[in-house]
Design a protein around this ligand. Structure first.
Ligand SMILES: C[S@@+](CC[C@H](N)C(=O)[O-])C[C@H]1O[C@@H](n2cnc3c(N)ncnc32)[C@H](O)[C@@H]1O
Length: 317
C-alpha cells in the first residue's frame, strides 16, 4: 500500500469513498466523500533534510528498553531517520503542505500537529463516518483542515479558537481548499463555546472531537464534550505524554501535573473505552459506549490500520 502510494497519484480518501460507515449502526453508503487529489509522488519526506539521528548513530530505531516487564517486546525510540521514514509514507494533500509551510514561519508553529497525526485524525473521522465534528484549539487550521477535507459535503466542523490572528490564516485556507462551507468558525474561549452548544440543544449531536488547546482545561473540555459527542463517538486528546514529561518524576510543573491527573482520571473513567497512542506527542482516543459494553469497542492504533485494510478488501470483493 505504501509503495503504491509513493508511485501513483492517489486520493486522500480513495478507499473509503466506496465504503459505508462502519460504526454506530449508521450506514451512509450513499454519501459523497470528499476526494483530495495528491500530486504524483507527493509525500512528506521533504519535511526533514537531515536524517541523522539525534544521538548521531544514524540507526533506524534504538532499543531503549528490553526487560521481562515488557515480555518479548522491544521498545524503540522514534529516531529522526525513523520519523523521516514515517513522513515519507504520509499522504499530505498539497493544500495542507502549503498551510504547513506558511505556518512554519509563524510564532507557535511547533503547536501544529504533524502530517502523520493529521492523517490519523482524518482516518478516524472516516472510520466512524463522522458527519459532525468539533475541534478545540485550531491555531492556523492544519488539523481542522485535515478533518474538513474528509468530511462529507453535508458534514460540519465546529472550529473553536480564541486567537483571531491565527483564525484569519485558517479561514483563508478553508476557502482555498474549498471546505469553508463545512467549517463553522467560533472565535472565543472554547469552554464557553462548548457550553453554548449544549445550551443550544446540541448534546449528543457530534460524532468526533479533537482537543488541542489549553492543557489545564482538558478535563473541563472532556466533560463538556462527553455531553456533546454521541455514544459510540470518538474524542481525541493531544499531548497526553507532554513531550515525555508525564513519566519523569523530576518534573512537577503545574501543566505536567494537570496532564498526569487528567490521564489518571481518564484511565479510571468507566464511561469510556480508551487507547493511549505513542506518537511524537500522544493522543488518547475515547470511544463512547454504554456502560454495559464499554470494553467491546476497545482498539488501538495498530488495529485501526488492520481494520482499515480489511474493510477495504471486504468492500472491493
Ligand atoms: C496546540 S494549538 C492548536 C494546533 C492545531 N490543532 C493544529 O494542529 O494546527 C492550541 C491552540 O489553542 C488555542 N487556545 C488555547 N486556549 C484556548 C481557549 N481557552 N479557548 C480557545 N482556544 C484556545 C491557542 O490560541 C492555540 O491556537
Amino acid at each position: 500500500m505504501a509503495a503504491k502510494a509513493a508511485a501513483n497519484a492517489i486520493t486522500y480518501r480513495s478507499v473509503a469513498s466506496s465504503m459505508p460507515a462502519i460504526s454506530g449502526g449508521r450506514c451512509r453508503s450513499s454519501r459523497t466523500w470528499n476526494s483530495v487529489r495528491l500530486p504524483r509522488n507527493r509525500c512528506c519526506s521533504s519535511l526533514r533534510n537531515n536524517p541523522a539521528d539525534v544521538d548521531g548513530s544514524n540507526s533506524a530505531a534504538v532499543v531503549v528498553a528490553k526487560d521481562d516487564k515488557y515480555g518479548s517486546k522491544q521498545i524503540i525510540s522514534l529516531t529522526a531517520r525513523l520519523y523521516d521514514y514515517i513522513l515519507s509514507n504520509v499522504r499530505e494533500p498539497e493544500i495542507m503542505r502549503q498551510l504547513r509551510e506558511e505556518t512554519a514561519a509563524m510564532r507557535g508553529s511547533q503547536m501544529q500537529v504533524s502530517p502523520d497525526q493529521a492523517q490519523l485524525l482524518a482516518m478516524l473521522v472516516q472510520l466512524i463516518g463522522a458527519q459532525r465534528c468539533i475541534e478545540v484549539g485550531v491555531y492556523t487550521g492544519y488539523s481542522s483542515l485535515a478533518v474538513a477535507l474528509v468530511l462529507p459535503e453535508s458534514g460540519c466542523l465546529v472550529a473553536c479558537e480564541r486567537d483571531s490572528k491565527s483564525l484569519e490564516v485558517a479561514k483563508r485556507f478553508y476557502e482555498k481548499a474549498g471546505v469553508a462551507h463545512k467549517v463553522i468558525v467560533k472565535h472565543g474561549m472554547a469552554a464557553d463555546i462548548l457550553r453554548s452548544l449544549i445550551l443550544n440543544g446540541e448534546a449528543g449531536c457530534y460524532d468526533f472531537a479533537f482537543i488541542d488547546a489549553e492543557k489545564r482545561m482538558n478535563h473541563e473540555y472532556f466533560e463538556l464534550l462527553l455531553q456533546l459527542v454521541r455514544v459510540d463517538g470518538v474524542i481525541v486528546i493531544d499531548n497526553v505524554l507532554w513531550h515525555g514529561k508525564v513519566a519523569d518524576p523530576l518534573v512537577s510543573d503545574a501543566k505536567t501535573e494537570s496532564i498526569r491527573n487528567f490521564n489518571r482520571r481518564i484511565m479510571e473513567d468507566e464511561r469510556v473505552s480508551i487507547s493511549m497512542v505513542r506518537s511524537l506527542s500522544a493522543f488518547i482516543f475515547f470511544l463512547f459506549d454504554s456502560y454495559a459494553t464499554t470494553k467491546r469497542k476497545y482498539f488501538d492504533v495498530k488495529s485501526f490500520f488492520v481494520g482499515y485494510f480489511d474493510v477495504k478488501k471486504l468492500y472491493n470483493a
